[in-house]
Design a protein around this ligand. Structure first.
Ligand code: AR6
Length: 204
């Protein structure tokens, strides 16, 4: 049977640490549209990686909110940096959730195109861009799981946090999503058995 419950959520893990130290194929940067570097995780990545990726960013020049671009990783242990641009929080009335989901999806698609099987994400948009972490967590995690469903070649997505409190928010969101995922899958399986039964009965 091809039915594999929880496969996408099982490939997501959460960890405390500095994302620049992650030994994965690609780390994701919370970048700005101008790809100019900045503070937060963006600053940490550019400082640790060296000038090479800034040169590549300058050549690329622009990345819209909800999108992502890829560069080498300079001195980092990762092979690539995927620069994803999250939304600036405007109170939730400006399509922020769609843009946040989209930048996770685009980042994972780029990872896949570049044959990456392990990817690390920071908590995009929840720092300088002001997206409340309690609201960002389920969007980021659900978008990641949905994308992983159709990208089975990505084995692992690790969300990396510098603060324990932030990790705890994502951990609770991941737990709730895993529970509702089990519920939905059971409901779907149940329904498909029900429909099959009725079809057979109708035909008889
Ligand atoms: N490893 C993992 N997470 C980190 C690290 C690190 N080394 N450093 C910070 N964080 P932010 P944004 C967490 O502000 O909200 C930049 O100036 C941090 O605690 O980096 O998407 C860009 O150039 C927070 O939870 O990204 C943009 O202009 C999370 O990373 C703008 O900020 C994201 O915070 C993007 O803002």
């Amino acid at each position: 049977m091809s039915y594999t419950p929880l496969s996408a959520y099982q490939r997501i893990e959460l960890a405390l640490g500095d994302i620049t130290k992650e030994r994965v194929d690609a780390i994701v940067n919370a970048a700005n549209s101008g790809l100019r570097g900045g503070g937060g995780v963006d600053g940490a990545i550019h400082r640790a990686a060296g000038l090479e990726i800034m040169k590549e960013c300058r050549r690329i020049g622009y990345c819209g909110p909800g999108e992502a671009v890829i560069t080498g990783a300079g001195r980092l242990p990762a092979r690539f940096v995927i620069h994803a641009v999250g939304p600036i929080w405007h109170g939730g009335i400006d399509g922020e959730a769609l843009l946040l989901a989209s930048c996770h999806e685009r980042a994972l698609e780029l990872a896949r195109t570049n044959h990456c099987s392990t990817v690390a994400f920071p908590a995009i948009s929840t720092g300088a861009y002001g997206y409340p972490a309690e609201l960002a967590a389920p969007v980021a995690l659900a978008a990641t799981a949905e994308t992983l469903e159709r990208l089975p070649m990505i084995d692992l997505v690790r969300f990396v946090f510098v603060e324990e409190r932030r990790l705890e928010i994502y951990r609770r969101a991941l737990e709730r999503l895993r529970e509702s995922d089990v519920g939905l899958r059971l409901l779907r399986a149940d329904r498909s058995i029900g429909f099959a039964g009725r079809d057979v009965g109708d035909a008889a």
